[in-house]
Unconditional design. Structure first.
Length: 352
């Protein structure tokens, strides 16, 4: 699959996720009354979070999003304040567009967003579990053959697009790549095409790996130079990354993985992944990152709201990731690479 034959597909995902900005904005103004809460003056994020009755995750989805929309901003003391734009969504300022925005306040997406923000999810959780997440003994869509197939194939286009780019940015190596929660496996297949002596393990749930094996067959039969030889260098390992022993590896790739999980689980995963690295091994994270100031970019705050809606996670900043990697005993690199579709790569190294 040639890399340069199509443009960066980011406009497609940006437009698809733009509805989350609308839901957050209208829910914040009309259901949470978050703009009125700031109308008396700036508040520290923790004070505002307490005043609105929000847990950490919804606050960290909503506050960066409203900053990215230029409705709120941080002042020099790190407090949140209304911008000259955001003031016009309070009742005390004329003209105000509060009631005009209120025309949409009963939209089902807005109402559900408000419920999710106030409860850190829906009050009654779905019996089928959370998309892309397998945790504990509860049911997971990733263990149901039909939904696992549909969810995995839904990610196949994104992975096909990004994997060739990621493969050129990851280290050249003759050793082993662990593609943890690897889904379709495309990131491994493309990396093995570039690293002709290397091997890879795709680790995921059994029902997901059945789909990955079919896609590997297709990949090997694509006629691309070297593709047929990839098959014998890939191993599929079914398991639970939260509890099972992970294979030792030189490079560990966590692609679109941490963003499915809450902060404490991310910290736990960082420790587990660090332990799976051989001396001088590298942990690479491919994801969409909030900026370190937690006020954008808009494409990522929209994505964060989508992740908040469908998974147990949200988008995180590079600073948050590097903090977990450091706590896990790794040395984070200050390097950061862009790939496409608003994703990028950061990495950290294990000592000798
Ligand atoms: C958002 S997908 C990312 C897939 C792939 N890395 C990509 O970028 O296309 C998350 C993956 O994590 C897997 N996963 C979730 N919980 C898991 C667990 N406890 N153990 C192993 N894999 C898990 C899911 O089955 C799913 O394939």
């Amino acid at each position: 699959m040639p890399i340069a034959n199509y443009p960066d597909l980011a406009p497609i995902t940006r437009h698809a996720r733009a509805m989350y900005s609308s839901r957050l904005l209208i829910a914040a103004v009309h259901h949470l009354r978050a703009f009125e809460a700031l109308s008396e003056g700036p508040l520290a994020p923790s004070e505002l979070q307490a005043e609105l009755g929000l847990k950490e995750r919804p606050a960290m989805v909503l506050f960066p999003a409203l900053c990215a929309m230029d409705m709120w901003a941080y002042d020099t003391d790190g407090k949140l304040q209304l911008t000259s734009l955001g003031r016009h969504l309070t009742q005390g300022v004329r003209p105000t567009l509060t009631d005009y925005l209120g025309l949409e306040k009963n939209d089902s997406g807005v109402v559900e967003m408000a419920e999710r923000l106030l409860n850190d999810g829906l009050r009654r959780s779905g019996a089928g579990g959370t998309a892309y997440v397998k945790e504990g003994d509860g049911p997971s869509p990733m263990d149901d053959p039909t939904t696992a197939r549909a969810l995995t194939l839904a990610l196949a286009g994104r992975a096909e697009c990004l994997a060739p780019i990621v493969a050129t940015k990851l280290p050249k190596h003759n050793g082993h790549l662990l593609d943890i929660a690897g889904g379709t496996g495309y990131f491994s297949y493309e990396w093995l095409l570039v690293n002709t002596q290397a091997t890879a393990t795709v680790f995921d749930r059994p029902a997901v790996l059945e789909v990955a094996a079919e896609l590997l067959n297709e990949f090997c039969q694509s006629g691309r130079p070297g593709a047929a030889g990839v098959r014998e260098r890939v191993r599929f390992q079914p398991g639970d990354m939260l509890t099972d022993t992970l294979p030792q590896t030189d490079i560990l790739l966590a692609a679109s993985l941490f963003h499915d999980w809450p902060t404490d689980t991310c910290q736990r995963l960082a420790r587990r992944f660090a332990a799976a690295l051989r001396p001088e091994g590298e942990l690479w994270i491919h994801d969409a990152f909030l900026n370190d100031e937690l006020d954008g970019p808009l494409a990522v705050t929209d994505y964060s709201a989508q992740l908040f809606w469908v998974t147990k996670g949200r988008a995180y900043s590079r600073r948050e990731y590097r903090g977990w990697l450091h706590e896990a005993g790794l040395t984070p690199s200050s390097e950061s690479f862009e790939t496409q579709m608003d994703y990028g790569l950061i990495w950290a190294k294990k000592d000798k």
